[in-house]
Ligand binder design. Structure first.
Ligand code: SAM
Length: 249
């Protein structure tokens, strides 16, 4: 059988594509792309003439079956998304599942990923972190999710659409408090790259006051809630101990 290569593409700066990614994209018989017209620009830029086929959220399940059959027949393929690493808030999950279930080798060609790029430069604790993808688009769902994350002690990160950025930051300020540290990483690897960290109250005002900050692509990174002291006793246990101690001679 052939191999399915999962190939990361740049998130803004075309030079971030790796020589190996280019080799693979040139050598496979077919490139499955989230949006073939979007990817045509990238492929054209690098003079890659490999045929492409669309593989996106709406056709992925059906399409995967046919692609897997072809790989079982010996063809190798690459999967790319519009930008960054496929499957990270992008299509590809069903194709990878089906390929692996059928015994097709799936091999990553790592490269750009907005969340990892943001984490690497934000200066928040990065030894453990959680990625939340996109929050629900509607206010109610978004607020519920933020509330559920309020006690998360790891750094947590999410992708947000520019036209919802300000609302999202305002919800965070209301639910997490003025002082929680958040980093906005915008337009990474592009001309107007900005990485701004501040307490939420300040960050909301900064974004509100500069409409340029409400354009482009962004990642939000939220400092985790202060961790509970693991050695501290449960308050109820402490209360009972106090009562018992009083009775000791
Ligand atoms: N698969 C991609 C990856 O590996 O990062 C993410 C795809 S997701 C549909 C697109 C979101 O990623 C954008 O809405 C934004 O939140 C984030 N993103 C992509 N490129 C970015 C960049 N250059 N700077 C900041 N955020 C970016």
């Amino acid at each position: 059988a052939g191999t399915l290569h999962i190939v990361a593409t740049p998130i803004g700066n075309l030079q971030d594509i790796s020589p190996r990614a280019l080799d693979v994209l040139r050598s496979v018989s077919l490139i499955a792309a989230e949006d073939t017209r979007h990817s045509a620009r990238l492929l054209q830029h690098f003079g890659i003439q490999t045929p492409t086929t669309a593989c996106h959220d709406h056709n992925e399940r059906d399409k995967s079956e046919r692609l897997v059959q072809r790989m079982l027949g010996g063809e190798s393929m690459a999967l790319i998304s519009d930008a960054g690493t496929p499957l990270v808030s992008d299509p590809g999950y069903h194709l990878v599942r089906q390929a692996r279930a059928a015994g097709v080798r799936v091999s990553p060609v790592p490269g750009a990923c907005a969340l990892i790029a943001a984490l690497s430069a934000a200066g928040l604790p990065s030894d453990r972190f959680a990625f939340e993808g996109f929050l629900p688009a509607k206010a109610h769902g978004r607020r519920q999710r933020i509330e559920a994350l309020a006690g998360e002690s790891r750094t947590w990160m999410l992708y947000e659409a520019p036209h919802r950025l300000l609302e999202c930051l305002e919800d965070m300020r209301d639910l997490l408090g003025d002082d929680r540290q958040v980093v906005l990483a915008r337009e990474l690897t592009k001309t107007f790259e900005t990485i701004k960290g501040a307490p939420l109250s300040e960050l909301v005002e900064w974004v509100r006051g500069d409409s340029d900050q409400q354009r482009g692509e962004c990642v939000l990174l939220v400092e985790g809630a202060p961790q509970r002291d693991e050695d501290a006793l449960d308050p109820e246990v402490e209360r009972i101990l106090d009562v018992l101690l009083e009775d000791l001679p």
